[in-house]
Design a protein around this ligand. Structure first.
Ligand code: GLN
Length: 490
Protein backbone atom coordinates (compact mmCIF):
# COMPACT_ATOMS: atom_id res chain seq x y z
CA UNK A 1 0.00 0.00 0.00
CA UNK A 2 1.20 3.51 -0.87
CA UNK A 3 2.26 5.80 1.97
CA UNK A 4 -0.58 8.24 1.19
CA UNK A 5 -3.20 5.55 1.83
CA UNK A 6 -2.02 4.58 5.29
CA UNK A 7 -3.51 5.66 8.59
CA UNK A 8 -1.64 7.89 11.04
CA UNK A 9 -1.29 4.92 13.41
CA UNK A 10 0.32 2.79 10.67
CA UNK A 11 2.68 5.61 9.70
CA UNK A 12 3.57 6.15 13.35
CA UNK A 13 4.61 2.52 13.71
CA UNK A 14 6.72 2.69 10.53
CA UNK A 15 8.42 5.84 11.79
CA UNK A 16 9.04 4.36 15.21
CA UNK A 17 10.60 1.23 13.66
CA UNK A 18 12.75 3.45 11.38
CA UNK A 19 11.27 1.89 8.24
CA UNK A 20 10.46 5.31 6.80
CA UNK A 21 11.31 8.93 7.57
CA UNK A 22 9.02 11.88 8.25
CA UNK A 23 10.56 13.57 5.20
CA UNK A 24 9.40 10.67 3.01
CA UNK A 25 5.85 10.94 4.31
CA UNK A 26 5.77 14.69 3.70
CA UNK A 27 7.22 14.19 0.20
CA UNK A 28 4.54 11.63 -0.62
CA UNK A 29 1.75 13.93 0.59
CA UNK A 30 3.01 16.94 -1.38
CA UNK A 31 3.44 14.78 -4.48
CA UNK A 32 -0.19 13.74 -4.10
CA UNK A 33 -1.23 17.38 -3.62
CA UNK A 34 0.55 18.27 -6.86
CA UNK A 35 -1.19 15.41 -8.66
CA UNK A 36 -4.75 15.85 -7.27
CA UNK A 37 -5.23 19.52 -6.49
CA UNK A 38 -6.22 20.51 -10.03
CA UNK A 39 -9.27 18.23 -9.68
CA UNK A 40 -10.00 18.15 -5.93
CA UNK A 41 -9.18 21.75 -4.96
CA UNK A 42 -9.06 21.32 -1.21
CA UNK A 43 -6.34 23.82 -0.40
CA UNK A 44 -6.57 27.59 -0.14
CA UNK A 45 -2.91 27.91 0.93
CA UNK A 46 0.01 25.52 1.11
CA UNK A 47 2.70 25.76 3.80
CA UNK A 48 5.16 23.36 2.24
CA UNK A 49 8.33 24.95 3.51
CA UNK A 50 7.34 24.89 7.18
CA UNK A 51 5.90 21.36 6.79
CA UNK A 52 9.25 20.14 5.46
CA UNK A 53 11.06 21.91 8.31
CA UNK A 54 8.91 20.15 10.91
CA UNK A 55 9.46 16.79 9.18
CA UNK A 56 13.23 17.35 9.17
CA UNK A 57 13.11 18.21 12.87
CA UNK A 58 11.20 15.00 13.59
CA UNK A 59 13.76 12.95 11.66
CA UNK A 60 16.60 14.62 13.55
CA UNK A 61 14.98 13.90 16.91
CA UNK A 62 14.23 10.31 15.93
CA UNK A 63 17.85 9.80 14.85
CA UNK A 64 18.97 11.15 18.22
CA UNK A 65 16.78 8.54 19.90
CA UNK A 66 14.36 11.06 21.44
CA UNK A 67 10.93 9.95 22.61
CA UNK A 68 8.37 11.81 20.42
CA UNK A 69 4.61 12.41 20.64
CA UNK A 70 2.68 9.70 18.73
CA UNK A 71 1.64 12.01 15.88
CA UNK A 72 5.07 13.53 15.30
CA UNK A 73 5.77 13.57 11.55
CA UNK A 74 2.14 12.97 10.45
CA UNK A 75 0.99 15.65 7.95
CA UNK A 76 -2.18 17.55 8.84
CA UNK A 77 -4.39 20.09 7.01
CA UNK A 78 -6.04 22.95 8.92
CA UNK A 79 -9.48 24.37 8.15
CA UNK A 80 -9.10 27.98 7.08
CA UNK A 81 -11.23 29.39 9.91
CA UNK A 82 -8.53 28.50 12.46
CA UNK A 83 -6.00 31.27 13.01
CA UNK A 84 -2.44 30.52 11.96
CA UNK A 85 0.21 33.07 12.87
CA UNK A 86 1.82 34.49 9.74
CA UNK A 87 -0.36 32.43 7.37
CA UNK A 88 -3.55 33.79 5.76
CA UNK A 89 -6.80 32.80 7.46
CA UNK A 90 -9.60 33.70 5.07
CA UNK A 91 -12.66 31.77 6.29
CA UNK A 92 -13.13 31.35 2.50
CA UNK A 93 -14.48 34.91 2.47
CA UNK A 94 -13.61 37.94 0.38
CA UNK A 95 -13.98 39.81 3.68
CA UNK A 96 -10.77 38.20 5.02
CA UNK A 97 -8.96 37.55 1.72
CA UNK A 98 -5.77 39.22 3.04
CA UNK A 99 -6.05 38.54 6.78
CA UNK A 100 -2.83 37.28 8.34
CA UNK A 101 -3.43 36.60 12.04
CA UNK A 102 -0.82 37.78 14.56
CA UNK A 103 -1.43 34.64 16.66
CA UNK A 104 -2.33 30.96 16.28
CA UNK A 105 -5.39 29.14 17.60
CA UNK A 106 -4.69 26.98 20.66
CA UNK A 107 -5.43 23.81 18.65
CA UNK A 108 -2.91 24.89 16.00
CA UNK A 109 -0.29 25.48 18.71
CA UNK A 110 -1.00 22.03 20.12
CA UNK A 111 -0.58 20.51 16.66
CA UNK A 112 2.77 22.29 16.36
CA UNK A 113 3.88 21.19 19.84
CA UNK A 114 3.08 17.62 18.83
CA UNK A 115 5.34 18.07 15.78
CA UNK A 116 2.78 17.42 13.05
CA UNK A 117 3.86 19.01 9.75
CA UNK A 118 1.07 21.42 8.71
CA UNK A 119 0.45 21.03 4.96
CA UNK A 120 -1.72 24.13 4.56
CA UNK A 121 -5.11 25.74 5.00
CA UNK A 122 -8.14 24.04 3.51
CA UNK A 123 -11.39 25.21 1.96
CA UNK A 124 -14.76 25.66 3.66
CA UNK A 125 -18.10 27.30 3.13
CA UNK A 126 -17.72 31.02 3.83
CA UNK A 127 -17.46 31.51 7.63
CA UNK A 128 -18.43 27.81 7.97
CA UNK A 129 -21.97 28.47 6.78
CA UNK A 130 -23.06 25.75 4.41
CA UNK A 131 -23.20 22.04 3.73
CA UNK A 132 -21.38 21.62 0.41
CA UNK A 133 -18.30 23.87 0.32
CA UNK A 134 -19.96 25.68 -2.59
CA UNK A 135 -20.26 28.88 -0.51
CA UNK A 136 -16.50 29.44 -0.61
CA UNK A 137 -15.57 32.75 -2.22
CA UNK A 138 -12.47 31.20 -3.79
CA UNK A 139 -13.13 27.74 -5.23
CA UNK A 140 -15.33 24.68 -5.19
CA UNK A 141 -13.85 21.55 -3.66
CA UNK A 142 -14.78 18.25 -5.31
CA UNK A 143 -15.54 14.92 -3.65
CA UNK A 144 -12.55 12.60 -4.27
CA UNK A 145 -14.90 9.60 -4.62
CA UNK A 146 -16.80 11.27 -7.48
CA UNK A 147 -15.50 14.59 -8.78
CA UNK A 148 -18.94 15.65 -9.99
CA UNK A 149 -20.19 15.66 -6.40
CA UNK A 150 -19.72 17.92 -3.35
CA UNK A 151 -17.41 16.88 -0.50
CA UNK A 152 -19.96 18.20 2.03
CA UNK A 153 -19.49 21.20 4.26
CA UNK A 154 -18.53 23.27 5.79
CA UNK A 155 -15.27 21.37 6.46
CA UNK A 156 -15.28 20.04 2.88
CA UNK A 157 -11.62 20.87 2.24
CA UNK A 158 -10.60 19.03 5.42
CA UNK A 159 -12.58 15.91 4.47
CA UNK A 160 -11.56 15.89 0.79
CA UNK A 161 -7.86 16.35 1.59
CA UNK A 162 -7.85 13.38 3.99
CA UNK A 163 -9.83 11.17 1.60
CA UNK A 164 -7.66 12.08 -1.41
CA UNK A 165 -4.36 11.41 0.36
CA UNK A 166 -3.48 15.12 0.32
CA UNK A 167 -3.17 15.03 4.13
CA UNK A 168 -3.29 12.19 6.64
CA UNK A 169 -5.28 14.12 9.24
CA UNK A 170 -7.26 17.35 9.32
CA UNK A 171 -8.84 19.75 11.78
CA UNK A 172 -12.41 20.84 11.15
CA UNK A 173 -15.04 22.80 13.04
CA UNK A 174 -18.61 21.76 13.69
CA UNK A 175 -21.46 24.14 14.54
CA UNK A 176 -24.31 22.04 13.18
CA UNK A 177 -22.60 19.11 11.46
CA UNK A 178 -19.66 20.58 9.59
CA UNK A 179 -17.21 17.88 10.65
CA UNK A 180 -19.59 14.92 10.49
CA UNK A 181 -21.46 15.65 7.26
CA UNK A 182 -18.33 16.04 5.06
CA UNK A 183 -16.68 13.07 6.83
CA UNK A 184 -19.73 11.05 5.84
CA UNK A 185 -19.74 12.26 2.20
CA UNK A 186 -16.00 11.55 1.82
CA UNK A 187 -15.96 8.18 3.64
CA UNK A 188 -13.75 9.20 6.55
CA UNK A 189 -14.11 9.50 10.34
CA UNK A 190 -14.94 12.79 12.08
CA UNK A 191 -15.51 13.60 15.73
CA UNK A 192 -17.58 16.51 16.99
CA UNK A 193 -16.39 16.77 20.60
CA UNK A 194 -18.49 17.68 23.64
CA UNK A 195 -18.95 21.45 23.90
CA UNK A 196 -15.98 22.60 25.99
CA UNK A 197 -13.74 19.57 25.39
CA UNK A 198 -11.55 21.47 22.89
CA UNK A 199 -10.43 25.10 23.03
CA UNK A 200 -12.11 27.49 20.60
CA UNK A 201 -9.49 30.20 21.08
CA UNK A 202 -8.43 31.31 17.60
CA UNK A 203 -11.40 29.69 15.83
CA UNK A 204 -13.19 32.46 13.95
CA UNK A 205 -16.58 32.43 15.67
CA UNK A 206 -19.76 31.48 13.80
CA UNK A 207 -22.19 30.58 16.63
CA UNK A 208 -20.22 30.60 19.86
CA UNK A 209 -22.59 28.42 21.90
CA UNK A 210 -22.47 25.65 19.27
CA UNK A 211 -18.99 25.79 17.65
CA UNK A 212 -16.45 23.05 18.40
CA UNK A 213 -13.13 22.14 16.78
CA UNK A 214 -12.55 18.44 16.12
CA UNK A 215 -10.43 15.80 14.40
CA UNK A 216 -10.97 14.25 10.96
CA UNK A 217 -9.09 11.08 10.05
CA UNK A 218 -9.09 7.69 8.30
CA UNK A 219 -9.82 5.53 11.34
CA UNK A 220 -11.17 5.74 14.88
CA UNK A 221 -7.68 5.08 16.22
CA UNK A 222 -6.30 8.09 14.29
CA UNK A 223 -9.23 10.16 15.51
CA UNK A 224 -8.46 9.12 19.10
CA UNK A 225 -4.81 10.11 18.64
CA UNK A 226 -5.61 13.57 17.26
CA UNK A 227 -8.34 14.17 19.82
CA UNK A 228 -5.85 13.34 22.61
CA UNK A 229 -3.46 15.93 21.17
CA UNK A 230 -5.95 18.82 20.87
CA UNK A 231 -8.40 18.38 23.77
CA UNK A 232 -8.32 19.73 27.32
CA UNK A 233 -8.83 23.01 29.18
CA UNK A 234 -7.28 26.23 27.88
CA UNK A 235 -7.00 29.39 29.95
CA UNK A 236 -7.71 31.42 26.78
CA UNK A 237 -11.19 29.87 26.41
CA UNK A 238 -13.39 30.12 29.50
CA UNK A 239 -15.82 27.57 28.09
CA UNK A 240 -13.15 24.86 27.83
CA UNK A 241 -12.62 22.34 30.60
CA UNK A 242 -10.83 19.15 31.58
CA UNK A 243 -13.89 17.17 32.62
CA UNK A 244 -13.61 13.59 31.38
CA UNK A 245 -10.33 14.43 29.63
CA UNK A 246 -8.05 11.45 28.90
CA UNK A 247 -4.36 11.86 28.20
CA UNK A 248 -4.43 9.15 25.53
CA UNK A 249 -7.76 7.99 24.16
CA UNK A 250 -6.07 4.99 22.53
CA UNK A 251 -5.96 3.41 26.01
CA UNK A 252 -9.75 2.99 25.82
CA UNK A 253 -10.04 1.55 22.32
CA UNK A 254 -9.90 -2.07 23.39
CA UNK A 255 -12.99 -1.72 25.57
CA UNK A 256 -15.67 -4.27 24.76
CA UNK A 257 -19.08 -3.28 23.43
CA UNK A 258 -20.43 -6.45 25.02
CA UNK A 259 -22.94 -5.43 27.66
CA UNK A 260 -23.42 -1.95 26.23
CA UNK A 261 -26.89 -0.68 25.36
CA UNK A 262 -27.33 1.17 22.09
CA UNK A 263 -30.38 3.36 21.51
CA UNK A 264 -31.91 3.74 18.05
CA UNK A 265 -33.94 6.97 18.03
CA UNK A 266 -36.92 6.18 15.84
CA UNK A 267 -37.28 9.79 14.60
CA UNK A 268 -34.00 9.41 12.69
CA UNK A 269 -35.19 6.65 10.41
CA UNK A 270 -38.42 8.04 9.00
CA UNK A 271 -39.41 10.29 6.17
CA UNK A 272 -36.67 12.10 4.31
CA UNK A 273 -33.99 9.52 5.10
CA UNK A 274 -32.78 7.59 2.08
CA UNK A 275 -33.61 3.88 2.31
CA UNK A 276 -30.11 2.75 1.48
CA UNK A 277 -28.77 4.97 4.29
CA UNK A 278 -31.27 3.62 6.87
CA UNK A 279 -30.54 0.05 5.80
CA UNK A 280 -26.76 0.50 6.15
CA UNK A 281 -27.12 2.00 9.65
CA UNK A 282 -29.51 -0.78 10.72
CA UNK A 283 -26.99 -3.26 9.39
CA UNK A 284 -24.35 -1.61 11.62
CA UNK A 285 -26.73 -2.00 14.59
CA UNK A 286 -26.76 -5.73 13.79
CA UNK A 287 -22.96 -5.77 13.87
CA UNK A 288 -23.03 -4.21 17.35
CA UNK A 289 -25.64 -6.76 18.41
CA UNK A 290 -23.42 -9.59 17.17
CA UNK A 291 -20.60 -8.11 19.27
CA UNK A 292 -22.75 -8.52 22.37
CA UNK A 293 -24.47 -5.13 22.65
CA UNK A 294 -28.14 -4.74 23.35
CA UNK A 295 -29.98 -2.62 20.80
CA UNK A 296 -33.26 -0.90 21.66
CA UNK A 297 -35.55 1.69 20.16
CA UNK A 298 -35.66 5.07 21.92
CA UNK A 299 -37.44 8.33 21.16
CA UNK A 300 -36.37 11.97 20.87
CA UNK A 301 -39.80 13.44 20.11
CA UNK A 302 -38.55 17.03 19.75
CA UNK A 303 -36.03 16.17 17.01
CA UNK A 304 -38.22 17.27 14.08
CA UNK A 305 -38.00 20.88 15.37
CA UNK A 306 -34.24 20.85 15.89
CA UNK A 307 -33.45 22.22 12.43
CA UNK A 308 -35.66 25.30 12.91
CA UNK A 309 -34.22 25.93 16.38
CA UNK A 310 -30.68 25.51 15.03
CA UNK A 311 -31.14 28.04 12.23
CA UNK A 312 -32.65 30.54 14.70
CA UNK A 313 -29.98 30.17 17.40
CA UNK A 314 -27.00 29.90 15.04
CA UNK A 315 -28.07 32.81 12.84
CA UNK A 316 -28.74 35.00 15.90
CA UNK A 317 -25.23 34.35 17.20
CA UNK A 318 -23.70 34.73 13.74
CA UNK A 319 -25.33 38.13 13.21
CA UNK A 320 -23.69 39.34 16.39
CA UNK A 321 -20.29 37.65 15.82
CA UNK A 322 -19.99 38.93 12.24
CA UNK A 323 -20.66 42.54 13.26
CA UNK A 324 -16.90 42.91 13.77
CA UNK A 325 -16.18 42.69 10.04
CA UNK A 326 -16.62 46.33 9.11
CA UNK A 327 -13.54 47.21 7.05
CA UNK A 328 -11.99 49.33 9.79
CA UNK A 329 -9.16 47.33 11.37
CA UNK A 330 -8.45 44.42 9.03
CA UNK A 331 -9.72 42.51 6.03
CA UNK A 332 -11.52 43.82 2.98
CA UNK A 333 -12.54 47.48 2.67
CA UNK A 334 -14.70 48.82 -0.16
CA UNK A 335 -13.14 51.43 -2.40
CA UNK A 336 -16.47 53.11 -3.01
CA UNK A 337 -17.57 55.44 -0.22
CA UNK A 338 -17.98 59.10 0.66
CA UNK A 339 -18.49 58.78 4.41
CA UNK A 340 -18.17 56.30 7.28
CA UNK A 341 -21.69 54.92 6.96
CA UNK A 342 -21.19 54.20 3.28
CA UNK A 343 -17.84 52.58 3.99
CA UNK A 344 -19.49 50.12 6.42
CA UNK A 345 -22.39 49.36 4.13
CA UNK A 346 -20.37 48.93 0.95
CA UNK A 347 -17.67 46.90 2.68
CA UNK A 348 -20.20 44.42 4.06
CA UNK A 349 -22.23 44.39 0.84
CA UNK A 350 -19.17 43.60 -1.28
CA UNK A 351 -17.25 41.50 1.26
CA UNK A 352 -19.87 38.93 2.30
CA UNK A 353 -21.42 36.28 0.05
CA UNK A 354 -25.15 35.60 -0.31
CA UNK A 355 -25.44 32.84 2.33
CA UNK A 356 -23.62 34.86 4.99
CA UNK A 357 -25.87 37.85 4.30
CA UNK A 358 -28.92 35.60 4.55
CA UNK A 359 -27.81 34.42 8.02
CA UNK A 360 -27.03 37.97 9.21
CA UNK A 361 -30.48 39.16 8.12
CA UNK A 362 -32.23 36.16 9.66
CA UNK A 363 -30.25 36.53 12.89
CA UNK A 364 -30.87 40.26 13.16
CA UNK A 365 -34.56 39.66 12.59
CA UNK A 366 -34.96 36.99 15.30
CA UNK A 367 -33.09 39.15 17.81
CA UNK A 368 -35.02 42.34 17.09
CA UNK A 369 -37.46 43.62 19.68
CA UNK A 370 -40.91 42.27 18.98
CA UNK A 371 -39.57 39.04 17.49
CA UNK A 372 -37.08 38.07 20.17
CA UNK A 373 -39.70 36.29 22.33
CA UNK A 374 -41.41 34.66 19.36
CA UNK A 375 -38.24 33.18 17.86
CA UNK A 376 -35.01 33.34 19.84
CA UNK A 377 -36.56 32.69 23.25
CA UNK A 378 -38.56 29.79 21.81
CA UNK A 379 -35.39 28.38 20.27
CA UNK A 380 -33.66 28.48 23.66
CA UNK A 381 -36.67 26.85 25.38
CA UNK A 382 -36.54 24.12 22.76
CA UNK A 383 -32.88 23.60 23.59
CA UNK A 384 -33.75 22.77 27.24
CA UNK A 385 -36.47 20.35 26.16
CA UNK A 386 -34.17 18.54 23.73
CA UNK A 387 -31.38 18.25 26.35
CA UNK A 388 -33.85 16.63 28.76
CA UNK A 389 -34.87 14.10 26.08
CA UNK A 390 -31.25 13.16 25.41
CA UNK A 391 -30.61 12.83 29.17
CA UNK A 392 -33.55 10.44 29.43
CA UNK A 393 -32.06 8.28 26.64
CA UNK A 394 -28.63 8.21 28.26
CA UNK A 395 -30.15 7.05 31.56
CA UNK A 396 -30.13 3.55 30.08
CA UNK A 397 -28.16 3.77 26.82
CA UNK A 398 -24.38 3.99 26.42
CA UNK A 399 -24.73 5.71 23.06
CA UNK A 400 -27.25 6.34 20.30
CA UNK A 401 -26.90 5.23 16.68
CA UNK A 402 -28.31 7.24 13.74
CA UNK A 403 -27.48 8.10 10.13
CA UNK A 404 -25.07 11.06 9.84
CA UNK A 405 -26.77 12.59 6.79
CA UNK A 406 -30.12 11.61 5.20
CA UNK A 407 -28.43 10.91 1.86
CA UNK A 408 -25.03 10.38 0.23
CA UNK A 409 -23.04 13.13 -1.50
CA UNK A 410 -25.12 15.20 -3.91
CA UNK A 411 -24.01 16.72 -7.21
CA UNK A 412 -22.25 20.08 -7.38
CA UNK A 413 -24.87 22.71 -8.10
CA UNK A 414 -27.79 20.44 -7.16
CA UNK A 415 -28.90 22.35 -4.06
CA UNK A 416 -27.39 25.80 -4.51
CA UNK A 417 -30.64 27.53 -5.46
CA UNK A 418 -32.65 25.95 -2.67
CA UNK A 419 -31.29 26.93 0.77
CA UNK A 420 -33.96 25.00 2.67
CA UNK A 421 -33.08 21.79 0.83
CA UNK A 422 -29.43 22.46 1.65
CA UNK A 423 -30.31 23.06 5.33
CA UNK A 424 -32.14 19.71 5.45
CA UNK A 425 -28.90 17.80 5.03
CA UNK A 426 -28.10 18.86 8.64
CA UNK A 427 -31.23 17.27 10.08
CA UNK A 428 -29.43 14.40 11.85
CA UNK A 429 -26.43 16.40 13.06
CA UNK A 430 -27.80 19.67 14.52
CA UNK A 431 -29.53 18.15 17.61
CA UNK A 432 -26.08 17.11 18.87
CA UNK A 433 -24.75 20.69 18.78
CA UNK A 434 -27.91 22.10 20.37
CA UNK A 435 -27.43 19.67 23.28
CA UNK A 436 -23.62 20.14 23.42
CA UNK A 437 -23.04 16.39 23.04
CA UNK A 438 -20.15 14.49 21.41
CA UNK A 439 -20.79 12.53 18.20
CA UNK A 440 -18.65 10.36 15.98
CA UNK A 441 -19.33 10.04 12.24
CA UNK A 442 -17.83 7.07 10.46
CA UNK A 443 -18.29 5.04 7.28
CA UNK A 444 -20.71 2.09 7.42
CA UNK A 445 -21.05 1.04 3.79
CA UNK A 446 -21.73 2.31 0.29
CA UNK A 447 -24.83 3.03 -1.71
CA UNK A 448 -25.69 1.50 -5.08
CA UNK A 449 -23.59 4.17 -6.80
CA UNK A 450 -20.56 3.30 -4.70
CA UNK A 451 -20.73 6.47 -2.59
CA UNK A 452 -19.81 6.30 1.11
CA UNK A 453 -22.62 6.12 3.68
CA UNK A 454 -21.97 7.40 7.20
CA UNK A 455 -23.38 6.50 10.59
CA UNK A 456 -23.38 8.68 13.69
CA UNK A 457 -22.69 7.51 17.26
CA UNK A 458 -23.97 10.07 19.79
CA UNK A 459 -22.68 9.93 23.37
CA UNK A 460 -23.41 11.56 26.71
CA UNK A 461 -21.38 14.67 27.61
CA UNK A 462 -17.65 13.84 27.70
CA UNK A 463 -18.34 10.29 26.50
CA UNK A 464 -15.82 10.48 23.61
CA UNK A 465 -13.97 7.44 24.98
CA UNK A 466 -17.11 5.30 24.66
CA UNK A 467 -17.77 6.46 21.09
CA UNK A 468 -14.18 5.93 19.94
CA UNK A 469 -13.98 2.47 21.44
CA UNK A 470 -17.32 1.39 19.96
CA UNK A 471 -16.30 2.80 16.56
CA UNK A 472 -12.96 1.05 16.76
CA UNK A 473 -14.59 -2.29 17.59
CA UNK A 474 -16.93 -1.85 14.65
CA UNK A 475 -13.99 -1.19 12.32
CA UNK A 476 -12.22 -4.29 13.60
CA UNK A 477 -15.33 -6.42 13.19
CA UNK A 478 -16.20 -5.25 9.67
CA UNK A 479 -12.90 -4.19 8.17
CA UNK A 480 -14.86 -1.10 7.06
CA UNK A 481 -11.91 1.15 7.37
CA UNK A 482 -11.25 4.06 5.13
CA UNK A 483 -11.59 3.09 1.45
CA UNK A 484 -9.21 4.77 -0.87
CA UNK A 485 -10.88 6.65 -3.73
CA UNK A 486 -9.56 5.94 -7.24
CA UNK A 487 -7.87 9.32 -7.31
CA UNK A 488 -5.61 8.31 -4.40
CA UNK A 489 -4.91 4.78 -5.55
CA UNK A 490 -3.25 5.45 -8.90
N1 GLN B 1 -24.44 23.21 7.50
C1 GLN B 1 -24.67 23.87 8.75
C2 GLN B 1 -24.83 25.35 8.53
O1 GLN B 1 -24.77 25.75 7.42
C3 GLN B 1 -23.59 23.54 9.71
C4 GLN B 1 -22.41 24.41 9.58
C5 GLN B 1 -21.34 24.09 10.58
O2 GLN B 1 -21.41 23.12 11.32
N2 GLN B 1 -20.35 24.96 10.62
O3 GLN B 1 -25.04 26.11 9.41
Amino acid sequence: MELIQKTAAQLHRLLRDREITAAEITDAVFAQIAACEPQVQSYLALTEESARKTAALVDKKLAAGEELPPLAGIPIAIKDNLCTEGVTTTCASKMLYNFVPPYSATVVKKVEENLLPITGKVNLDEFAMGSSCENSHFQKTHNPHDLSRVPGGSSGGSAASVAAGEAVLALGSDTGGSIRQPASFCGIVGLKPTYGAVSRYGLVAFASSLDQVGPMARSCEDTAMLFSAISGADEMDATSCDRGHRADYRDYLARDVKGMTIGIPKEYFGEGIDEEVSAAVMQAAEVFRSLGAQVKEVSLPSSPHALSAYYIISSAEASSNLARFDGVKYGYRSEHYQNLQEMYVNTRTEGFGAEVKRRIMLGTYVLSSGYFDAYYKKGKAFQSALCAEFDACFADCDFLLTPTVPQTAFKLGENVDDPVKMYKSDICTVPVNIAGLPALAMPCGRDSQGLPIGMQLIGPHFGEDVLLSAGHRYEQATGHQFTVPAIASK
